[in-house]
Design a protein around this ligand. Structure first.
Ligand SMILES: NC(=O)C1=CN([C@@H]2O[C@H](COP(=O)(O)OP(=O)(O)OC[C@H]3O[C@@H](n4cnc5c(N)ncnc54)[C@H](OP(=O)(O)O)[C@@H]3O)[C@@H](O)[C@H]2O)C=CC1
Ligand SMILES: O=C(O)[C@@H]1CCC=N1
Length: 276
């Protein structure tokens, strides 16, 4: 069911790139009222330009001379220090600020903008098709109504989960924010392994894409846990077991992913420091 976005008011999206663009598409598809969304981006990409030309949102290359009920920050973390002070005039008492920037803390955002109700959110790019998941942290001072507004907006991209501490957002980033890239890499590696083993490369890629997508869809729709779904594929002493003996070895996939997630979380923490 689509969230009710009719009461969101005026919404400013700052940065219409991969993530901001995916979220904008989700809001428009979920029925954000005509004229509610304004994009601030000096160089919007083709997808956003098409939406502007279709009259589905307004756009400016500079900070608009209006105030907004919600401001969603989707610029690179390295841009935040430069962008935040210029946004002070678009805020009014009660404005809600949502940031999806990896690493940038609510304290940094509060300092750059002056006082505001700030929610840090970590979506992921399947938001583009309404199949993302977003982890959120509400800074102290964000009231119940603002939380509900944030949840309504973010749930246009898929489920929304709240964490109790800001440090957990860096972990959400490492698992689900960056996670789609790990899954795409799995598809790439599976296709490459199939091609190396002798399959036509295009055929191997078709097999890999459908396998990853089908397994993902089955996992979402099934009541069974991923471990049980894995067992359902694994005939005793069969082919899957032969592959899993490699993937589940001491130096297999689990320790590799542990290291990858730890490395992403460390990078998120680094991004919270100035000039990284
Ligand atoms: N991509 C992802 O999977 C995810 C990204 N994020 C976060 O989302 C944020 C954006 O990432 P992503 O969308 O990938 O990055 P992109 O580079 O694709 O998008 C950023 C956009 O902001 C624009 N921009 C640059 N300067 C300004 C400015 N002063 N004012 C307004 N807009 C500006 C950029 O224009 P130009 O390209 O011309 O510089 C670009 O269109 C990051 O903070 C990232 O951590 C969070 C979750 C997932
Ligand atoms: O790579 C990044 O830093 C961003 C945050 C999560 C996904 N992309």
């Amino acid at each position: 069911m689509s969230p009710d976005l009719s009461a969101i008011g005026r919404l400013l999206l700052v940065g219409g790139g991969n993530m901001g663009g995916a979220m904008a598409r989700g809001w428009l598809d979920a029925g954000l009222p005509q004229g509610a969304l304004h994009l601030l981006d000096p160089r919007p990409g083709p997808a956003m330009r098409d939406l502007v030309e279709a009259g589905r949102l307004t756009h400016s290359t500079g900070v608009p001379s209006a105030t907004f009920d919600v401001v969603l920050l989707a610029v690179k973390p390295q841009m935040m220090a430069e962008v935040l002070p210029g946004l002070r005039p678009v805020l009014k008492p009660g404005s809600l600020v949502i940031s999806v920037a990896a690493g940038t803390t609510t304290a940094t955002i509060a300092e750059g903008l002056g006082a505001a109700a700030i929610v840090r959110a970590m979506p992921n790019t399947p938001a583009l098709i309404g199949r993302g998941i977003t982890g959120c942290f509400a800074a102290p001072g964000v009231g119940e109504e603002a939380r509900r507004a944030a949840e309504a907006l973010l749930s246009a991209s898929g489920p929304v989960v709240w964490v109790a501490t800001e440090a957990e957002i860096d972990l959400v980033t490492a698992v689900s924010g960056s996670g789609p890239a790990y899954v795409f890499l799995l598809a790439e590696a599976l296709a490459a392994a199939g091609a190396e083993a002798g399959l036509d490369p295009d055929l191997a890629m078709t097999l890999a894409r459908h396998t990853v997508a089908g397994a993902g869809e089955l996992m979402l729709r099934s009541d069974e846990a991923p471990a049980q779904l894995r067992r359902n594929v694994t005939s005793p002493n069969g082919t899957t077991q032969a592959a899993l003996d490699v993937l589940m070895a001491e130096d297999g996939l689990a320790p590799l992913l542990r290291r990858a997630v730890a490395s992403a979380a460390r990078r998120a923490a680094e991004l919270s420091e100035p000039a990284k």
